[in-house]
Design a protein around this ligand. Structure first.
Ligand code: XMP
Length: 254
């Protein structure tokens, strides 16, 4: 739970609960320097209004982890921000362990993993590495896209208790049991955030993506119980990213 405390402190000191998703559209790999400069530039402008940066394959694939994305992670740290790798780890435990080791070795403070893989020989090796290195693990509970209803929204039967429950509620309970540092629930489904929040309370913070471009609303997500808002294209593709970031931060503060 080390990362959770660090996020609380950082959000307080930065006076922001906005996590910037530093995502950009496809660039020809030969133009990767341009992409790198663009990412650095957005971070330079936006850092006063955010508490963390979330990086996805948009940057890891073209820039590479070491020497590429790692430099952005270091820059974020220099600004006093935390960094999250949105790799949605989803493999067998031995592979997951190596994925986590590489991302943590490049400086990431936390990564996102998929609870569908289960604990033994699945998530446990990630949590073990995270604990050893004092980093974080954030679990998907309900994704922000429409098709999330098919998997995260399906109904499952607990054969021991002979009751049926939604998949996402089972994941929320597991996140508590496994002491995850955070869970992800899409701002596009505020009613799900509310239900999840009722179960996990304030023990595990809810990270909510889907604000803006995907249609999620700041107020609805926060009122439902989200603690951190993940915002990408609305900021990164704006003509004036700092103005948009400030506006979103100010709205979230209200
Ligand atoms: P936009 O541009 O839509 O970017 O603001 C959102 C960012 O977050 C990622 N994303 C998710 N990550 N669980 C996650 O872990 C989710 O449910 C989810 N929904 C969106 C998305 O890939 C982008 O990086």
């Amino acid at each position: 739970m080390f990362f959770r405390g660090k996020m609380e402190k950082t959000a307080k000191s930065k006076d922001s609960n906005i996590v910037l998703a530093l995502d950009f559209p496809f660039e020809e790999p030969k133009n990767k320097e341009k992409l790198f400069s663009r990412a650095k530039n957005v971070l330079d402008r936006v850092h006063p209004y955010i508490c963390a940066v979330k990086i996805n394959h948009h940057l890891v694939l073209p820039l590479g982890t070491f020497n590429g994305v790692q430099k952005i992670v270091e820059k974020a740290h220099d600004f006093g921000l935390l960094t999250i790798m949105d790799c949605k780890v989803n493999d067998i435990g031995s592979t997951n362990k190596v994925i986590a080791q590489y991302y943590y070795a490049s400086g990431f403070d936390a990564l996102i993993a998929n609870p569908f893989i289960g604990w033994e020989e699945g998530l446990k090796p990630i949590f073990d590495v995270a604990q050893e290195l004092q980093r974080g693990v954030i679990l998907l509970v309900y994704m922000s896209h429409k098709g999330a209803t098919e998997g995260y929204g399906q109904t499952i039967i607990n054969t021991e208790k002979r009751v049926s429950i939604p998949q996402y509620m089972a994941f929320a309970k597991k996140a508590l049991k496994w002491k995850a540092d955070g869970i992800v629930a899409g701002a596009t489904f505020p009613e799900k955030i509310k239900e999840i929040h009722k179960t996990i309370g304030e023990e595990i913070p809810i990270y909510s993506p889907g604000i803006g471009t995907q249609g999620g609303k700041i107020k609805a997500a926060l009122e439902a119980g989200a603690r951190y808002l993940i915002v990408g294209r609305t900021i990164t593709l704006a003509e004036k990213p700092s103005e948009v970031a400030k506006k979103i931060r100010d709205q979230a503060k209200k």
